[in-house]
Structure formats: C-alpha cells, structure tokens
Design a binder for this molecule. Structure first.
Ligand SMILES: [Fe+2]
Ligand SMILES: [Fe+2]
Length: 135
C-alpha cells in the first residue's frame, strides 16, 4: 500500500512540475515500501540519498521557473525550500551516523511536508506561471 496516492489535489497544473512532484511521490513510496519490508540500511540509505538530491534539484528547477514567471512570493518560497531541504538533510545525516532509523513517524513527516507544500505553497504560483505561458 503506497504512502501517497497521486491525485488531482497534488497537481499544480504545470506539466514539468507535476512530473517532478510525481518522482518525489514515487521515491517516498519506494522508501516506505523498503521500510515496511525491513530492508537493510545499505538498501534504504541510497533511496534516502536519492530523495534528498532529487528534492534539491526540484527546488532549484522550481525556483528558476518562479523567477521566469516573476512570481512575487519567490523570496518566501525559497526560504521554505531551504527549511525543508535542511530538515531532510539533517535526517539523512543522522540516519547515516546510525542516530536515526526509518520509521512511520518519519514517513508521515515526509508525506505531510511534501503534500502540504505542494497544495499550499506550490499551487499558489500556478496563475503566475500560466500567465507567462509556462506549462
Ligand atoms: Fe516549492
Ligand atoms: Fe514543488
């Protein structure tokens, strides 16, 4: 059973970005499956790394598109991205040091930040991007 089911409430109406968000959702589901299957740290570590790196790449790509669209909340949005990336990075570091384990609490934290960020902050830039012809 996936942690997150993709649905229309997660679409921001911009194809490029939806495709990136789907990769994030798939990666989180992959991590969740690995945790439920009790996969070893050697297998879950790389998925966590992938999640962190893809999140950072996605944030950069999204920020570039918001800049192109002259989106007026770009500065605030960047701050949110920094905070989220730091939280994930902090977790990855603790996991690698053996100070943290994968558990449902962490899965729910990751699911909530991703879905809430998409639904509140990301969806807010859609009109500005569409007005600029970004798809
Ligand atoms: Fe964002
Ligand atoms: Fe996003």
């Amino acid at each position: 059973m996936p942690l997150i089911h993709w649905n229309d409430t997660l679409s921001v109406g911009i194809k490029t970005i939806d495709a990136q968000h789907r990769v994030l959702v798939d990666t989180l589901n992959e991590l969740h499956d690995a945790m439920l299957a009790g996969k070893a740290k050697t297998l879950t570590g790389p998925i966590l790394q992938k999640l962190f790196h893809y999140t950072r790449d996605h944030f950069s790509a999204e920020e570039a598109m918001m800049a192109t669209a002259n989106y007026d909340c770009l500065a605030e949005h960047k701050v949110r991205h920094r905070d989220l990336a730091q939280q994930v990075e902090g977790y990855v570091t603790r996991f690698e040091r053996g100070e943290a384990t994968l558990n449902l609490h962490l899965m729910h934290f990751l699911r909530d930040w991703l879905t809430q960020h998409i639904q509140k902050e990301d969806r807010a830039y859609t009109p500005a991007m569409q007005a600029r012809g970004l798809r």
